[in-house]
Structure formats: structure tokens, C-alpha cells
Write a protein that binds this ligand. Structure first.
Ligand code: BDR
Ligand code: CA
Length: 315
């Protein structure tokens, strides 16, 4: 089993990423090297404010039957600058038209940054961090205890791009929401596996994919279908991209992606380019601080996603 700690800001695609993780943690996969053990969920202000991302994570924990996986709230806003939100994309609640039952249990005591540090300290080399929101919690964890860089088995992020932005022409949302935090994380000394828009936008929900979600019982009816429909117009050619699910899929099966070593610097000062991930594939004698995804096998990605959702729905 692969142990993961997921830092997120649910968020529609965060929710579908958590569903992939939950499905991969079911007993069907327990004997497989590709199963996940979710050791914790931490939340950050991002797509919507922190109280909402935390409430959504709590509701998802119960809806997805993630048991007693701790949900620990973290940073409400960016390290230095103003707050950027994406409610226009994810709806005012963060989950669009999805209405999940109110959670019966609340969040864990304490702060996400402490949870990240102490969880990694207790299991050095075992836990992969998966970050699918702004990188504020991770930056603070690195500052608080630089050894998290050694203790983490790896760090996989959904964020950035070497070709384009989405919140504006230069910057992807998670990077723009806290560029200083992203810069700290990329400069921390580990190798960041960066799944950016370059690949996540290649796997979009087509009407065929949506049809495969419909028969999945409550999972399809109450989460997958309304989430996908709210998130974008679904056509035969494609609709919304489930960005964050790509990061969980990478941990499950890295062979879905082609990744290339690079030096990535996050622009923090540019008037029009703040949050841009400036990616240099010509490394020379520098250390690569990132493994950047440049391609993904879209067909196998959907087979993994929908196969896992089917197993989760059948439980
Ligand atoms: C990223 O931004 C957020 O809106 C999504 O949840 C995803 O993490 C895509 O740019
Ligand atoms: Ca997200």
C-alpha cells in the first residue's frame, strides 16, 4: 500500500481526486501494490474560503467512507498577498451543484502544518505528499521543519504549467493563489513532481465518460455527475478537466505519465506573470528540482478512474 497525505481545497476536482483515493483504498485493492492508504487530509483556503474547503472535506470523508482519516484545517490565506478564489469555477460552496449529507463529525484538533510535520516525522520515507491546492500549508511546513523534505517519500502536486495559465494567460490557479509559497516549496531541496495544465487539460470529461459515471449509484448520482456537469459543458469532444485527480492517479500508476526533469522557478514579482512556473528543461549542471509531466495516457487514465469509481460504488 502506498501511504498518502492529501493537502487540498475542495473544490470539485479535489472532490473527484478524493473519490479516486477512497476507491483505491477499498479492500478490492488492499493486496495490490497500487492501493492507497490515506493517512490524512489537510485543507487550505483556495477555491473557496477555508471553512468551506474544510466542511467539504469533512462531508466527503463520510460520503466516500474514508473512515476515521483525520481532516485537519490549515492556512486560510496566502503567505503574503491578497486572496484569490475560484468560486466562479467551483460555485459558492466549492462543490457546485453537489449537495452531500452534512457531516456528523468535525475536524481534528490542531493545525494542518503541525499535522504534516508530525505525521512525516513519525514515518520517515513512507508517506507521499499530494498537494492539489495552493501550497501555503506545505511552505509553512518546510519553514517550520526543513527535514520534512527528507522525511517525505515524495511530493506530487497539481499545479503550474510550462506552456500556459488558466486563471490568467501566465499562471495556473494553485500557483497564482500563493506564488511565494510555491516558490518556497520548489526551492526546498526535494524533487517536486509537477502535474500541470499541460497534461491535466488533455483528459477532459467527454459525454462518453459522463455516461459511464451515471450508473454508479449514489456515487454517480450525488457526486460525479452533478460535479462534472457544473464544472463545464460536457460534449462528445470534451468538457471539464479533473486536474487534481491526475495527481492521485500519478501516485497510483506513474506509468500513466511521461515526466521530464527540469528546473522550475516560480515568478513572484512579475506585473503580469506572478505565479508563472518558469520551466527550464535545459538543466546543464544544475540540480533538477522538478519532474514535470509532459504527456499522459488519457485512455488508461480513464480506465483507472472509472474502474476505481466502479469498485467504490459497488462497495
Ligand atoms: C486547480 O485549480 C483549482 O481550481 C482546481 O481545484 C485545481 O486544483 C486547477 O488549476
Ligand atoms: Ca484543487
Amino acid at each position: 500500500m502506498k501511504k498518502v497525505l492529501i493537502d487540498c481545497d475542495p473544490g470539485i476536482d479535489d472532490a473527484l481526486a478524493l473519490a479516486l483515493a477512497a476507491g483505491s483504498a477499498t479492500s478490492d485493492f488492499a493486496e495490490s501494490a497500487n492501493s492507497l492508504d490515506v493517512v490524512g487530509i489537510t485543507t487550505v483556503g483556495g477555491n473557496v474560503d477555508l471553512p468551506l474547503t474544510t466542511a467539504n472535506a469533512l462531508a466527503l470523508r463520510e460520503f466516500l467512507a474514508l473512515g476515521d482519516v483525520p481532516v485537519t484545517p490549515g492556512s486560510a490565506g496566502a503567505l503574503l498577498r491578497h486572496t484569490v478564489r475560484a468560486a466562479a469555477v467551483h460555485g459558492s460552496t466549492g462543490l457546485g451543484d453537489v449537495v452531500l449529507p452534512a457531516p456528523r463529525r468535525g475536524p481534528s484538533e490542531g493545525h494542518a502544518v503541525d499535522f504534516i510535520v508530525e505525521t512525516l516525522r513519525a514515518a520517515p520515507g513512507e508517506i507521499t505528499l499530494v498537494a492539489v491546492g495552493p501550497l501555503t500549508n506545505l511552505a509553512l511546513a518546510v519553514r517550520r521543519e526543513p527535514r520534512v523534505v527528507e522525511w517525505a517519500r515524495g511530493l506530487v502536486i497539481m499545479g503550474g504549467s510550462y506552456t500556459r495559465g488558466n486563471h490568467n494567460p501566465a499562471a495556473e490557479f494553485n500557483m497564482l493563489a500563493d506564488p511565494e509559497a510555491a516558490a518556497i516549496v520548489f526551492e526546498a531541496g526535494w524533487t517536486v513532481t509537477m502535474l500541470g495544465l499541460d497534461v491535466t487539460l488533455t483528459a477532459t470529461v467527454t459525454s462518453a465518460v459522463l455516461e459511464r459515471m451515471r450508473p454508479l449509484g449514489r456515487l454517480g448520482k450525488e457526486l460525479l455527475v452533478p460535479a462534472s456537469q457544473f464544472y463545464g459543458v460536457v460534449t462528445a469532444e470534451g468538457g471539464p478537466a479533473l486536474h487534481d485527480a491526475c495527481a492521485v492517479a500519478y501516485v497510483l500508476d506513474p506509468s500513466l505519465f511521461t515526466c521530464v526533469p527540469a528546473v522550475v522557478n516560480v515568478e513572484t514579482a512579475g506585473q503580469f506573470t506572478r505565479g508563472m512556473t518558469v520551466t527550464d528543461f535545459k538543466i546543464g549542471d544544475r540540480r533538477a528540482n522538478a519532474l514535470v509531466a509532459t504527456a499522459m495516457d488519457v485512455q488508461r487514465f480513464w480506465d483507472l478512474m472509472l474502474g476505481t469509481y466502479e469498485k467504490l460504488a459497488a462497495r
